[in-house]
Structure formats: C-alpha cells, structure tokens
Design a protein around this ligand. Structure first.
Ligand SMILES: [Mg+2]
Length: 399
C-alpha cells in the first residue's frame, strides 16, 4: 500500500487532514478549531510522505517528526499521525485501540473543560452559578475544570489583580506577581465552586500560564483542604514554547495539591525532565499537539513508571480528535484519570461525521463506552454531506 496524496481542508475552523492510498483506503486526522491557519503547514509534509506505506506508521513518522515543534507547530505532524493510524486500522479491519495493544478499560472517563456558557463576571457567586450549570449537564461529568487567575478573564476583569503589565490584545501572555487582593479573590472563587460540587464531582483548575512560582505555591497550599483534582499550567503551559521543569518541581514537592502541565509540549523527549524529576503530579499532552496518539501512549507509560497521572488535553480537538482521544485513552495504563472532552464546534459536525453515537449518547454518566467504538480505524468517516461545508479551494478534498 502506498500513500498517493495528503490533503488538508478547513472544515468549520479545524484543519482536517486526509491521506489517500493506491488501494482506495483513506484516513483522516485533524487539528484544533483554533488553528485554521495551519493548512500550508500540513501540506509542507506532503512530498515527504508520498509513496510510503501508511501502515508502517512509525516509519512514516520518522520522515516528518523532526520538523515540528511545541504548540501550535506540532499539530500538522500529529494530525498526519492520526490519519496514518486510521488507515492502518481500516486496512486490518481493527479499531485503533486494538492496534495500540488493546483496551485496558471498557469505559473511558472524560472531563468537562469545554462545555461552557457565558459567565456573568468574575465574582465568586457567578463562578458558583456556572459550576451548578455544569454539574447538571446531561453528560454527568465526574470531573469539571474551570479557568481561573491568568487563564481566562479573571486577571483582566478583576481590578488590581496583579502587578504585571497588561496589553489588551488576543493571546497576550499575562504574567506577574498577584496582589493580595487577587490571591484572595481567586481563593474565594475556588471555595465557592467547591461548595457547589461537594465531594460528588472533582474540581480541576486551569490557572495560567503566567503565575510566578511563589504565588503558585501559595495558591496550591491555600487550596489543599479542598482536595482539588489538579492545578494546571500555572507557571508555563498553553503556547509556552518551553517547560522549565525545575520551577514546577519547587512548587509540587511543597504541596499536596496535584500540579499539572503539558498540553503545549511536543514529543516524548520534552517530557523527560518533567517525568524523571517528578516535577509535576499530572501531565496532559494533547494527541493533536504532542506528535500523535502513539507518542501520547509512550509518554503515559513512562509517566506511569514515575507515579505521574495522565489527564490528556483535548478541548478544541473536535469530533475527529474525540475519536483519537477515545482510542488512545482506552489503552493507557492505570495512571489514566480522564481526557478533556472536545465537542463539535458547530452542530452540523454531527451531520457530516458518520459512525459516532448521537450527540447526547457519546458520554453516559461521565464515561465513553468502548462498545460504541468497535469500527475499524478511528471508527468515524466523513460523509458526502461534508461537501456542503467545504470552501471553494477545498472542493476536491473528498475526491
Ligand atoms: Mg489548559
């Protein structure tokens, strides 16, 4: 079997990858909905993989893996890897999870980091109201993650929240020492949310990046009594092109609150120091940024040897990403906690993706049932309806 083409179309806002072969089998992968600009980057790899046997996934990846980097520049390589596994699965008549060594669990726990409504401001009361709404969602999530501090609007909406400089531009990297007022406000919001969840639903926090290590430690220590699931990306994280493991270690060894990072990190090598020095308690690689699903599985196995838990990132990965996350998460060792459930960026995604349960049946009581994922490859395909949503320049995407 040989790869005959690598295509990329922007569907909704997700860069969707399609690899075709000389045997009529094709495979799909995708990147986050925040990255429609990556189409040229995907196509950059085309000449490097044409003619290769897509079923030899690692052999193909060796051709392109070294030309990627931290988020967002690992996405194209990762999306291609997912499409290769899709082909390998379809060619052998097996779901991807079985090619990765088989299931470790029949039900895969997911968490809510993505199903949201607009909040009524940054007050503790509105955090509590919002948490009540999320607790009652039909998915019955057993873990909910909320952005606080530098992650989301809190740092810009609460006056005198921190001492750093702030510029009102998209993706501005807020960073700096928090004011006493800022620290107190943050703690009050977390306490209000926890009050709603009690000990029935776990609370995780996405906190940065941009929190200085001393404040990270203060926050983690002052929230210890709340038994949080984790505090994520406090010092470095989302779109930070480095790791700085030693700063994380200073925090994590001095608190019982689990410390989490890793969604932006590309490749296993860049997790080495975090894992080997046990600088954090939980890591969250995203299969669509880290280099693919096999890369994520390797990292999970290595983390397990070091007593570190797995909570993979996935918020904007769309339905194709949901399939990739489901297959790999079913195969992870017992350090697996939950992955961040992506949703359809537009409701019509459910009309064009074939092979998934109905939107309300994807998650039951906080879990994905692997009995719904027995079809070959990713288990999902794009149907003819997809053509309606293709841009003019992508009109031949399915041909
Ligand atoms: Mg995050």
């Amino acid at each position: 079997m040989k790869i005959t083409d690598l295509k990329c179309a922007i569907i909704g806002n997700n860069p969707v990858v399609r690899i075709t072969t000389d045997e009529g089998i094709d495979g799909i992968g995708c990147g986050e909905a925040s990255k429609p600009y990556l189409k040229p980057h995907v196509l950059f790899y085309k000449d490097l993989i044409l003619g290769a046997d897509p079923r030899d996934v690692e052999r193909v990846m060796r051709r392109i893996r070294r030309m990627g980097a931290f988020k967002p520049w690992g996405t194209a390589v990762s999306a291609i890897e997912v499409a290769l596994w899709d082909i390998a699965g379809k060619a052998s008549g097996q779901p991807i999870y079985r090619l990765l060594g088989g299931k470790v669990r029949d039900k895969v726990r997911v968490y809510n980091g993505n199903f949201r409504r607009k909040m009524g401001g940054p007050s503790p009361e509105s955090h509590a109201e919002n948490m009540k709404w999320m607790k009652e969602l039909p998915q019955k999530f057993t873990i909910i993650k909320q952005g606080i501090a530098f992650h989301g609007g809190m740092a810009s909406e609460v006056p005198n929240y921190y001492y750093g400089d702030y510029e009102d531009v998209d993706r501005f990297p807020k960073r700096g020492r928090m004011t006493e007022k800022g620290l107190k406000h943050t703690i009050a919001c977390v306490e209000a949310m926890k009050e709603v969840l009690g000990d029935e639903v776990g609370l995780a926090l996405d906190v940065g990046p941009g929190v200085i290590p001393q404040d990270a430690l203060k926050l983690a220590q002052s929230l210890e009594h709340l038994n949080l699931m984790w505090m994520e990306d406090m010092i470095t994280g989302d779109y930070t092109p480095h790791v700085t493991a030693s700063l994380y270690r200073d925090v994590s060894i001095n608190t019982s609150t689990p410390i989490h990072t890793g969604e932006q990190i590309y490749l296993r090598q860049n997790f080495m120091e975090l894992i080997e020095t046990r600088a954090v308690d939980v890591i969250g690689p995203d299969p669509l940024d880290v280099g693919g699903i096999a890369e994520l599985k390797w990292i999970a196995e290595y983390a397990d040897l070091h007593g570190i838990d797995m909570a993979p990132h996935g918020t904007l990965d769309g339905l194709i990403g949901l399939a990739a996350l489901t297959h790999v998460s079913a195969t992870l060792p017992q350090n697996y906690l939950a992955f961040e459930l992506p949703n359809a960026q537009f409701p019509w995604w459910h009309d064009i993706v074939e092979g998934m349960p109905a939107p309300d049946d994807i998650v039951k009581d906080g879990f994905i049932d692997m009995a719904d994922w027995e079809r070959p490859g990713l288990g999902i395909t794009l149907n003819d309806e997809t053509r309606k949503y293709l841009k003019e320049e992508d009109a031949d995407f399915l041909d």
